[in-house]
Design a protein around this ligand. Structure first.
Ligand code: ANZ
Ligand code: ZN
Length: 811
């Protein structure tokens, strides 16, 4: 075992703090690098392996960048509002504020023990009034800009927990907490107009360095779809309705139309004969979630309304149905059904015996229906014979002439529902006055404080609604009695701007100083879990763009470069969770080995981006690695000779430069495991040099060790500081420049190649190591000592095995 331990951790943590090593230096703004890790969610009482895996390696990357000359800003904070603390309170009676602040205290201590370069002066905790004042301010600012509005909308409702659930709290149609089937319910809610930014959110994805998969998920979520809106009319009435279609070319193939059960047209057109069946169907549909309704495995259901619609292109009369596979929240909630060319319509038509006709033909021999691809129009009047793209254009143009059609772009993205009927969140800063309606809380009255004494049993009402003290207020407009909004904001509102607040976290006049934020942002490197792809990462982009348009900042994208760490699973291969009992606590490892061994192990034992199942098999080997470095450090003082530069020295120089190149390039790509392997190779080369070399060159030996220590410093910060001090070097190793590598030392001048003739090694040649293959062949075949060996025979084949041998087949 090395002498490294948690005592050494503490020694250097204190020194770093005393010397303010991580304080951001405003005079070096031109070199700023904002390295951000997703802030911690203090729901569990402790820091777990997942936090460590996110923060430890990223901190190592930032430390390397520091040594490369950047001025690092790496803040940390807590995403402290949210459901888990409240549910915990319901279960245990411990107030969410108490449990949360307690957890934060523990986690702060643990984060400090980790030894990361967090600048604690810039910490934020979203549950504190000095922070949520600005959460409320963001909401008000968006409201004043017309980007927040209130409307009645169907929401996910758990009838057992009696509460609204966010979409992400619905798992396979059931409540994630109690497993009860989730239903739909109409409630008046606040929304943020993220859809105003749909196009920019989509387009600017091309300008940022994010994992392709995450960009694809955002693209899908935004779901831009280009098509047309076409106008049908109801037979024997003056009612009309629009359908959204991506395939106007199939208009001649419409054999019925379908309305979503909630569509307001349904009640207007349903005939007396079908009224009862339709109403029953509507009731059943209301209880289902969108996910269920869109399920492709579910058997199609629906009912006829008794009404008929007129196809605008040919005047044909088709029946109007209502069916739950049509969502009222997408497009117009009305669809022209083309069973010949759409799978869902095909299934539906088969089940209800509706006609199926072909209006698009594919290549010869492809006669099956439904045929969903592009081809050539058939049975389509004057448009027959046109390619799909041309038929689309022609049909929309013709209808446009009669005001019955227009091109249209649709988005899957919906406005962001931010009301929560929950206690543990930022109160929505709105007041309801009988006379004046909805009135925003004046900015100077922020924050609207969250009261401590509230009953938060889940009974379907917002807990705040039961607090008279909270609810009763005066209208800022007329001065009369009024009520506060009883809901709190989705916690994703809190996290949608925390990275903007960090640089100026103590500002009590403004959310942040514009100049400062323009200099400190965008974030240069953001590291966190991939599960946030379509929530936090989308909301943060939206809020940044909205604040930009309102003049509060000058950049478009908050996070220029994004990395997702992989997930560390339990030894059983499942996600770590308390209920499974497969959670690994970092604390035990840290007290036994020290934080650097744990960090190095996480970085060496897993491919960072991939993660994997936990096993501590290799952790002792990491400890031995440090021990060998420690022994080598002691050797430096013992070697006093100054041997010349011979082959061994050249080999060592090569190893040094090879390691520096590898560590620099790999760590930059977050490939820490291979970076550490390079350091291990250098260590071996050092030992080899020490044992193989009679007349050692002390200078080169020391260069090898100091280079190794500089490379290791970001990965094992406490241990390396200790070794650096032992060597008698100046504090701190983190003020050293990152080693550069000398490409010329990486050219091995010559290599020796074995010459194999018909499978047997017969000779050797020396060639320059960078000689191209063709030239090696020529050289070998021109070498007399070799050619004599196959005189009279001819060369059938010659193969060069790079850097090792040349294989010649003769016969
Ligand atoms: C007729 C048609 C014919 C369609 C055809 C497709 C193929 P995306 O690409 O996702 O935008 N649709 C429209 N509104 C709908 C709603 N509210 N609920 C369920 N389905 C709806 O899909 C657009 C297509 O989905 C539209 O084009 C429509 O069916 C259907 F051969 O119109 B299509
Ligand atoms: Zn009023």
């Amino acid at each position: 075992m090395s002498t490294y331990s948690t005592d050494i951790d503490k020694k250097w943590q204190k020194k770093w703090e005393d010397t303010e090593l991580y304080k951001f230096n405003m005079d070096r703004l031109d070199k700023k690098l904002y390295c951000l890790e997703m802030f911690s969610y203090p729901s569990g009482a402790k820091l777990h392996v997942g936090h460590w895996y996110n923060y430890g390696p990223t901190d190592s990357w930032a430390r390397m960048k520091r040594m490369q000359g950047y001025e690092i800003f790496q803040p940390m904070g807590f995403d402290a509002f949210g459901l888990p603390a409240e549910n915990y309170a319901i279960k245990t009676g411990i107030h969410p504020q108490d449990s949360t602040l307690n957890n934060i205290e523990t986690m702060e201590r643990q984060l400090k023990e980790m030894g990361a370069m967090f600048d604690w002066d810039h910490e934020v905790k979203t549950c504190m009034p000095d922070y949520y004042k600005w959460t409320q301010w963001v909401f008000l600012t968006l409201y004043k800009a017309g980007l927040a509005y209130r409307k009645e909308a169907p929401v996910n409702w758990c009838p057992s927990c009696n509460t609204v659930l966010a979409n992400e709290q619905v798992q396979d149609g059931s409540c994630e907490r109690c497993g009860t089937e989730v239903t739909r319910k109409n409630l008046t809610q606040w929304f943020l107009r993220i859809t105003n930014y749909a196009d920019e959110l989509l387009e600017k994805l091309d300008t940022i360095d994010w994992p392709e998969k995450t960009k694809a998920m955002q693209r899908n979520w935004i779901g831009r779809s280009t098509g047309a809106e076409l106008t049908f009319s109801i037979a024997d009435s003056n009612l009309t309705f629009n359908v959204f279609t991506t395939r106007p070319d199939t208009l001649f193939g419409v054999t019925y139309v379908v309305l979503a059960p909630e569509n307001e047209l349904v009640d207007k057109i349903t005939t007396a004969e079908y009224k009862k069946a339709v109403e029953e169907y509507q009731d059943a549909a209301r209880k289902q979630s969108e996910i269920e309704r869109l399920s492709t495995t579910k058997e199609k259901t629906g009912v006829f309304t008794g009404a008929y619609a007129i196809n605008p292109i040919n005047g044909e009369k088709v029946p109007v149905w209502t069916a739950d596979y049509i969502l009222n929240t997408y497009g117009t909630g009305c669809v022209m059904a083309v069973p010949g060319h759409d799978e869902r319509d095909f299934e539906f038509a088969e089940k209800f015996n509706l006609p199926i006709i072909r209006v698009v033909k594919g290549a010869e021999g492809n006669d099956d229906l439904p045929f969903v691809e592009y081809g050539v129009s058939v049975n389509s009047g004057e448009f027959s014979g046109l390619a799909t793209e041309d038929a689309k254009k022609g049909i929309v143009e013709k209808l446009a002439d009669h005001n019955k059609g227009a091109l249209k772009v649709n988005y899957r993205l919906r406005d962001w529902l931010v009301s929560r009927q929950r206690y543990w969140g930022a109160p929505i800063p709105m007041i309801h006055c009988d006379k004046c309606g909805v009135v925003p809380v004046p900015e100077e009255d922020l924050p609207v404080l969250l009261p401590y004494n509230v009953e938060f049993a889940p009974d379907g009402k917002s807990p705040l609604a039961k607090s008279e003290e909270f609810m009763n207020t005066t209208c800022p407009h007329c001065g009369g009695p009024a009520k506060r909004d009883p809901d709190t904001l989705d916690t994703f509102v809190c996290s949608s701007f925390y990275f903007l607040r960090y640089p100026d976290n103590k500002n009590s006049d403004k959310i942040f100083d514009k100049d400062l934020v323009n200099k400190m942002l965008p974030v240069d490197k953001y590291v966190g879990g991939a599960e946030h792809a379509c929530m936090h990462l989308l909301y943060a982009r939206f809020v940044t763009k909205a604040l930009r348009d309102l003049g509060y900042l000058d950049f478009d994208e908050p996070f220029l470069s994004l990395v997702h760490q992989g997930t560390i699973l339990g030894p059983d291969g499942n996600k770590m969770s308390k209920s499974r009992g497969n959670v690994v606590s970092p604390d035990d490892y840290i007290s036994k080995f020290g934080s650097d061994v744990f960090r190095l192990y996480l970085m060496f034992g897993f491919a960072y981006i991939e993660g994997g199942a936990w096993s501590d098999e290799g952790i002792k080997a990491i400890d031995r690695f440090l021990d060998r470095i420690e022994r080598l450090t002691a050797r430096v003082g013992e070697i006093k000779t100054s041997g010349t530069v011979g082959k061994n020295e050249k080999d060592l120089k090569y190893a040094i430069n090879y390691a520096v190149k590898g560590v620099t390039e790999d760590a930059d790509k977050f490939q820490f495991n291979t970076a550490i392997a390079r350091m291990m190779e250098l260590l071996n080369a050092m030992y080899k040099y020490d044992s193989d070399t009679e007349d050692k060159n002390a200078e080169i030996f020391k260069e090898g060790l100091t280079t190794l220590l500089k490379c290791l410093a970001p990965f094992a910060p406490h241990f390396t500081e200790e070794m650096w001090e032992k060597l008698g070097m100046n504090y701190s190793v983190f003020n050293e420049s990152w080693p550069a590598f000398d490409p010329s030392a990486l050219i091995k001048d010559v290599v020796e190649l074995g010459i194999q003739i018909n499978g047997k090694i017969r000779s050797k040649v020396e060639v320059p190591s960078d000689m191209p293959e063709e030239q090696i062949k020529e050289t070998v075949l021109a070498d007399e000592k070799i050619t004599v060996m196959f005189e009279g025979k001819s060369v059938k084949k010659i193969i060069v095995v790079k850097g090792r041998l040349v294989n010649i087949v003769i016969g």
